[in-house]
Design a protein around this ligand. Structure first.
Ligand code: NCD
Length: 306
């Protein structure tokens, strides 16, 4: 892999994505066997700096780094000096002085991770910046799709819900379109930026129309922490119109799969019955593949020449 940082999907070429997936596949199989990993990697230090709360993404990166034999340090900002008034740049300089090989950064502002990457010497991996991008989530989503669908092109993929505030949606759109898939966006018009129309994406305000014949349905949470003001009349009405239930799912292809990056709100964007239906829902697979995918990305960034 040539890129030093992974901030957004456009940082990686198609061939590099294939390289990440091949290595992720290797780690996925290896993680299933409870054998000791033999590390080919040189010793490395990884600092996970999370300015926003996270459960699965932080745990996934932490586990991935440790499984590769790295020294992994988590910094959760709730207990850090950011709350004592330190600027992002000063934080970056402080972390840089600790000479890590990798910084995994999550921040509530779009562009903050990129800014930080310009101030440090090591590789920086974006674990989600504002509503901009979350590249490893999109990569693990796409690998999960390939596991189930055995295809990477020509699929109809419906992304549903709060698209406006979703970094997961943005990274997925960029990735899935690179591989010539048909991406549909579904949501209430105030949560759906029409600018995506210019990218050739189909936009729907009706779930029934949007999920018709879809191969993959990706549900998103209402990201209230990024909303200024009220965007939906009530949770019940939102569920009736945009929540995925069996009736709406029956309009998709018979073998359509259902995805969700988590955290999921049952009874708001998804019916709990669907979330628990292992024939349809690949939500747990996303989490498992996520660890392997992050191991692959960390490995390739640590291993890069120069
Ligand atoms: C997503 C995120 O943080 O952007 N979750 C995740 O990384 N697993 C989606 C969300 O918060 O809704």
């Amino acid at each position: 892999m040539q890129t030093k940082h992974l901030i957004q999907i456009d940082d990686v070429k198609k061939s590099e994505i294939e390289e990440i997936f091949a290595l992720a596949e290797y780690y996925f199989q290896k993680n299933k066997k409870k054998v000791e990993q033999k590390h080919r990697l040189k010793p490395f230090t990884q600092i996970n700096v999370f300015f926003e709360n996270s459960t699965r993404t932080l745990a996934s990166f932490e586990l991935a780094g440790k499984k590769l034999g790295g020294i992994v340090q988590d910094i959760r900002i709730a207990t850090s000096s950011i709350h004592k008034g330190e600027t992002l740049i000063d934080t970056a300089l402080t972390l840089n002085a600790m000479r890590p090989d990798l910084l995994v950064v999550r921040h509530s502002s779009s562009g903050a991770v990129n800014l930080l990457s310009e101030k440090v010497n090591c590789s920086v991996l974006n674990a989600g910046d504002g509503s901009h991008e979350h590249p490893t989530q999109a990569l693990l989503d796409f690998l999960t799709i390939q596991h189930r669908k055995k295809e990477k092109e020509g699929l109809i993929i419906a992304i549903c819900g709060d698209i406006s505030h979703s970094r997961v949606a943005r990274s997925n759109i960029n990735l899935l379109c690179k591989f010539n898939n048909q991406v549909r966006l579904i949501g209430p018009s105030n949560l759906l930026p029409y600018s995506f129309k210019d990218m050739g994406l189909e936009i729907y305000n009706s779930m029934e129309d949007g999920v018709k014949d879809a191969d993959v349905i990706m549900m998103l949470r209402l990201q209230k922490e990024r909303m200024k003001g009220g965007f939906i009349p009530s949770r019940r009405e939102y569920f009736n119109r945009f929540g995925l239930d069996n009736q709406k799912l029956s309009l998709a292809k018979d073998d359509a799969i259902v995805m969700h990056p988590g955290p999921m709100n049952r009874g708001v964007e998804i019916d709990g019955i669907i979330a628990d239906d292992l024939n349809r829902s690949v939500i747990q697979e996303q989490v498992e593949i996520g660890v392997a995918l992050r191991m692959a990305v960390l490995h390739l960034l640590v291993d890069r020449k120069n």
